[in-house]
Write a protein that binds this ligand. Sequence first.
Ligand SMILES: *Cc1c(COP(=O)(O)O)cnc(C)c1O
Length: 360
Amino acid sequence: MRVFNFSAGPAALPEEVLRQAADEMLDWRGSGMSVMEMSHRGKEFISIHEEALADLRDLLDVPASHRILFLQGGGLGENAIVPMNLLGTKETADFVLTGSWSQKTFKEAHKYCAPHLAASGQTADGFTRSPARAEWQLSDDPAYVHLCTNETIHGVETFDIPDLGDIPLVADVSSHILSRPLDVAKFGAIYGGAQKNIGMAGVTVVIVREDLLDRALPICPSAFEWKTVAENNSMYNTPPTYAIYIAGLVFKWLKKLGGLKAIEARNIEKSKLLYSAIDSSAFYVNKVERASRSRMNVPFFLADESRNEDFLAGAKARGLLQLKGHKSVGGMRASIYNAVPLEGVKALVEYMKEFEQRQA
Ligand SMILES: *Cc1c(COP(=O)(O)O)cnc(C)c1O
């Protein structure tokens, strides 16, 4: 039996994708081999790789000015890889903090430069908002400005993406890439691990404006130097082949559903259903400012926290899994990525109502 999986990552994948991968596991389309067993330089894998790149470009409407790279190292790896690639001769980069992930990014940057804190969404209730552009206090000459457009732990999403003119805007989009259209042209670079909303762990997607490829620091490892990776079409070293194949199947699944506008409509419906269940009850609370509420990660608290274990046990008995909040914030969190169906959110909301009634 398949459960409804609300994990923050690695996370649910579309059942159709898993079935297709299972069907093709031993013999990929007459090749007599599993994708895992193929040379990354053979024509079969090259075709998988090229199709994944083309489908992602098409889905996200990536402009010709930007390159798509498939790397390894995850979102946290990029916290070092980004400064090593973009600092050039500059001494600082600016950071907007909206939650734990951007905090980590800011901290790691200290190894490579003197980073500047431009704005923070931290309030007495923790990270509950994404500061607007008017609140950002940029330094005089930053190499780039970094933002995490969806904070997976705090459930804070940034919807209003500013245009910074000549200053490259860099975003960690790990947990909401492909959940809605994104104007990639506004960014110098975006990056994200695949295991939230793209596919399986192992591949990190980086989309970078081509004219920024000449700014790497000499210490940057060649395998993580975007220019080297781009010149070798993400095959400077062996790419995470199976993870790229799975991502490619997810891209096809999204295209079949109607692309990012269509998945956005589904994500709006799912998140509205869950937030309205939380807001219409005094028993459940979400503290994030409405305009910054994430459509992908929905943290919430029970008014009576002594019921947390009961809540989780009852949910598990119904096949609603991985609802425990991140240990740093406690409470609950439902991650409702693209692959979590509306039925899953409906089942969760129904359970939440019943659980609340039981307490009365
Ligand atoms: C999960 C996550 C990360 C960390 O990704 P890893 O692949 O584990 O390095 C970084 N940023 C965000 C926003 C995330 O959701």
